[in-house]
Design a protein around this ligand. Structure first.
Ligand code: GLN
Length: 524
């Protein structure tokens, strides 16, 4: 059976439990252990797919087409693992399962209760088998939240069921610094650990978010009040880049603390990949400016995976990538002056589309490297149809009903699979030989994740090809264009899928790496 590490948080929300959990997992991996990750969110939505990106940032998509919150992205990126719908579980989903089972008569007339029925359901999801040595489970929310109580109860029971030695509880808290008295205050941490204890959970390790390192006196004090060895109290310092966190934990012997808890042999780890990023961050490197023509810039984290992927590609290419946010609604060639590449990301709805079309035109006509993602491919197709093929009213049926549709919902594909809903998750794509796409990916068979409703009309392929826009990637049945590119352009490639969901900090992603490399050539 896998060993379990549960990560909870207290005092305030947004302490970065996801990154902390991922970093602990990364240290285990660095010592050769395999790690899986899961996230439990106590809220009552059945899944995060319907939650407003204005509240939650980007919607992350797993291979199996589940729309999750962006924490799953941290896990996949840090740990290089693939997660599924069973790794992102909300309170709503648990209750939904239990109530459906009740209606179905599965409880055979028993009184259905929080304990054991809801807690058993939670434990079922926790203990779903993995083939890894460890499972890191993050419990969303803040200790003390009403809806989180049943989750704490369930992990308490779980530890009792499988044996306390097989489970470790790591708790994140905050030690605020009081400017006036010049002190770090430990009381909120004490209170938070006490709340956890009221639920029957003794924290085995604390990660205390603080603006400066805890002194040994402060660690001893926290340890005494919170009932754990001072050496298990870690400083969670603010850092300017999340990939520094595994190294910061390693320096504080986090692996050794985990190893001592689980009776693992001592081991020194291989943390080269994090050192590489650390060295990159402080290196004096050429700067490449990418103009992102989008419209969700006011929403923190709306382009989380995209920003990550661009950062990763910077690491890969040894250049610093500077992002210039260009509001699509205000796009003009003036705005794009000085950028080394133009990226049009995914998006929904007509607002800002004309600006994105203008951005694609600008990139095409001025030989500026262009990368289009999902909507960014669709606008490139519309632009080409209008301005090169001369179909003045070319558009997507998403934006105009009275147009010559070059992008539309594919009736055949739709009725077969999706009932007008989104095409979600990983799909294979066949790449045509001797294309830019083949050069970029280095292979002709790839799989990438989707989240969209509309598709380019493939019956127009020849018309486009005659003028130099070719379809270089398509679905295995040959019916859905997945990648387009321009001949006679230094780098103009766009895809119907979202490559950013599969980018890795350690290797980047072929599409982003190639785009940044093309943009870097302009810097010289
Ligand atoms: N709105 C477009 C569609 O639904 C593009 C979606 C996207 O960019 N993710 O097809």
């Amino acid at each position: 059976m896998a060993k379990y590490i549960f990560i909870t948080g207290g005092v305030v929300s947004s302490l970065g439990k996801g990154v902390a959990a991922a970093s602990c997992g990364a240290l285990l991996q660095s010592r050769g252990y395999s790690v899986h990750a899961r996230k439990f969110d106590p809220y009552l939505n059945i899944d995060p797919g319907t939650m407003s990106p204005f509240q939650h940032g980007e919607v992350y998509v797993t291979n199996d087409g589940f729309e999750t919150d962006l924490d799953l992205g941290y896990y996949e990126r840090f740990l290089g693992i693939k997660l599924t719908r069973n790794d992102s579980i909300s309170g709503g989903r648990i209750y939904w399962d239990v109530l459906n089972a009740e209606r179905h008569g599965d409880y055979l007339g028993a009184t259905v209760q929080m304990i054991p029925h809801v807690s058993n359901k939670i434990k079922e999801y926790i203990s779903a088998p993995t083939d890894t040595d460890f499972v890191v489970c993050e419990i969303g929310g803040t200790v003390g939240d009403i809806e989180g109580k049943i989750f704490l109860e369930s992990i308490r029971q779980f530890a009792n069921d499988v044996g306390r030695k097989n489970v470790m509880f790591i708790h994140l808290t905050l030690a605020p610094y009081l400017e006036k008295s010049g002190e770090l205050k430990t009381k909120p941490t004490q209170m938070s650990v006490r709340t956890l204890l009221e639920n029957g959970i003794q924290a085995d390790m604390l990660i205390v978010r603080t603006p400066r390192m805890l002194s040994s006196e402060e660690r001893a004090k926290i340890g005494m009040f919170c009932n754990l060895p001072a050496k298990n109290v870690i400083s969670g310092l603010d850092v300017d880049n999340i990939y520094k966190i595994p190294l910061a934990y390693d320096a504080q012997h986090v692996f050794d603390i985990i190893a001592a808890h689980f009776d693992l042999p001592n081991a020194s780890g291989n943390t080269d990949k994090f050192h590489k990023i650390e060295r990159y961050l402080s290196a004096d490197l050429p700067e490449v400016t990418i103009g992102i023509v989008g419209k969700y810039f006011d929403v923190p984290d709306a382009y989380k995976s995209l920003n990550e992927a661009l950062f990763h590609a910077g690491v890969h290419n040894n250049v610093h990538v500077k992002l210039k946010k260009i509001n699509a609604e205000l796009f003009s060639p003036e705005e794009a002056k000085g950028v080394d590449g133009i990226l049009v990301p995914g998006g929904f709805g007509a607002r800002g589309v004309e600006g994105k079309i203008a951005a694609a035109k600008y990139a095409r006509e001025n030989n500026i490297p262009y990368m289009g993602i999902c909507l960014g491919m669709q606008v490139a197709v519309i632009e080409f149809a209008r301005n090169v093929l001369g179909i003045e009213d070319a558009d997507s049926t998403e934006f105009s009903k009275n147009c010559t549709p070059v992008i539309s919902i594919m009736a055949e594909h739709d009725s077969a699979n999706m009932g007008g809903t989104l095409r979600l998750g990983a799909y294979s794509c066949n790449i045509s030989p001797d294309t830019l796409a083949e050069k970029v990916y280095g292979q002709t068979q790839i799989s990438e994740r989707h989240r969209h409703r509309y598709e380019m009309d493939i019956s127009l392929e020849e018309k486009f090809a005659e003028k130099g826009l070719i379809i270089s990637g398509r679905s295995p049945d040959g019916k859905l264009p997945e990648i387009i590119e321009l001949k006679n352009h230094p780098f103009f490639m766009a895809a119907q899928f979202h490559p950013e969901f599969q980018s890795s900090p350690y290797t980047g992603h072929p599409f982003f790496n190639a785009f940044i490399s093309a943009a870097a050539k302009r810097v010289g």
